[in-house]
Design a protein around this ligand. Structure first.
Ligand code: GLC
Length: 413
């Protein structure tokens, strides 16, 4: 039996800011239990502590000395749907309202990576494979191979590093490598840790992991080009032999139109025509749109960012609204997009609705009730919304890029 440890900053049901949390939740569940013993380790954020602390089991206490960082932490365990989650509790770094976006993020990420290794030593638990996700956990392979390499059980761990989005890299002043991670200057000087004159966590992960994966085949190819490589294409090219694109899946139990309690009418392949129609009417009703099964209802469930093609949609909507069409947008994001969608709603009352916020129940009803889902991302490592929409019989309307290209078949090439 191989021991696998997922190392991540987010996972459902505990905390989610993006698709990463869906994957770190769904993938451990999907791995064969006869072959792999999977655990997940993540920080104990405020939201997690408030909701799950009561049900957790205290395991141990650890000390983290790393450069200027001198901290303590507790390790807790919690079983969710048969998967053991390990939580690193340190209130200085993690008892905050958000997950990322703090001035001391570099110290928080560094602390967590070192804490995971101190946890292994204290619990005498050494996985065969560590699976690190995105730049927040990307320095772990380097720590194992440099600072902790005297410990055989740590030196022998194999590392799979998955890039969920190359656009976010964790680029900091080079002092982070010495002040928070206590690496020696030699490994900076020789080029292993440095990226130009900076510390770049993503680059370190790509350089030191045994295998690098990303979340679709097309994206794996795209990121080796200057257009999509976010300046790391030369490094990805040089790891080309160990770089794999493996497309994401969704948890088909959480997203099942036959059993989904958030939608108005459950349905499957045999009664989807009635099912889709009932959900469409319910969606129109709940959004204050005219109830009409024959008007094309087009929508978007997304973070409103540049990546997701918000500009393309805003450019096309005035023209689209000349036809017999209703528009429903759900999501938050950059304020300029939120403002533009609000304005668009103002000018098209009753035909265009913008729900500014996140509402899980409404999102499910949209997947079930829309005719078409718009997802014209400029780049998309994999994308989850298009997969969910297809599960609910809603046509995804996508750009041919990354995972969108690999998962949505073109109607007319
Ligand atoms: C990121 C990517 C998205 C991907 C998700 C999970 O959010 O932008 O394309 O589906 O990670 O891998």
């Amino acid at each position: 039996m191989k021991k696998v440890l997922f190392v991540s900053f987010e996972s459902l049901p505990f905390v989610k800011t993006g698709g990463l949390a869906d994957v770190v939740y769904a993938l451990p569940k999907a791995l064969d239990k006869n072959e792999f013993e999977v655990r997940v380790v993540m920080p104990m954020f405020k939201v997690v502590k408030e909701k799950y602390y009561q049900g957790m089991k205290y395991l141990d206490h650890i000390y983290i000395h790393s450069g200027y960082i001198n901290e303590e932490a507790n390790v807790y365990s919690y079983i969710n749907e048969g998967i053991e989650y390990l939580f690193i509790e340190n209130d200085t770094f993690f008892f905050r309202d958000g997950v990322y976006g703090y001035k001391d993020d570099a110290a928080r990420f560094s602390f967590f990576n070192v804490a995971v290794l101190e946890m292994m030593i204290k619990l005498d638990y050494y996985p065969d494979i560590c699976h690190e996700h995105d730049y927040h956990t990307a320095v772990l392979p380097a720590l194992c191979k440099i600072r902790y390499n005297a410990i055989e059980s740590i030196r022998n761990i194999k590392h799979v590093f998955t890039i969920h989005n190359l656009a976010y890299q964790g680029e900091y002043d080079k002092q982070v490598l010495f002040d928070y991670l206590a690496f020696d200057y030699w490994h900076y000087e020789n080029g292993d840790l440095r990226y130009n004159d900076y510390c770049n966590f993503m680059k370190i992960g790509i350089h030191f992991a045994d295998i690098v994966t990303t979340v679709s085949k097309t994206y794996a190819n795209e990121i080796q080009t200057p257009e999509y490589g976010c300046k790391l294409d030369p490094i990805l090219k040089y790891r080309n032999n160990d770089l794999y694109g493996i497309v994401n899946g969704i948890d088909v139990q959480s997203f099942n139109p036959k059993t989904d309690k958030s939608i108005a009418h459950n349905f499957d392949i045999r009664n989807y025509i009635v099912g889709k129609r009932e959900n469409k009417l319910a969606l129109q009703r709940s959004l204050g749109l005219k109830e009409d099964p024959d008007t094309l209802l087009v929508g978007m469930v997304s973070r409103l960012t540049f990546q997701k093609g918000a500009d393309l949609i805003l450019g096309a909507l005035p023209e689209m609204l000349k036809g017999r069409v209703q528009i429903a947008i759900l999501g938050t994001g950059e304020s300029k997009y939120e403002y533009s969608f609000k304005m668009l709603e103002e000018g098209n009352k009753g035909r265009c609705v913008y729900y500014c916020g996140y509402n899980e129940g409404l999102a499910h009803l949209m997947y079930a009730g829309l005719d078409m889902l718009m997802m014209p991302s400029l780049f998309e490592p994999c994308g989850i919304s298009q997969l969910i929409s297809m599960r609910y019989g809603t046509l995804p309307f996508v750009r041919e890029t990354g995972g969108l290209k690999d998962t949505v078949e073109p109607l007319n090439e």
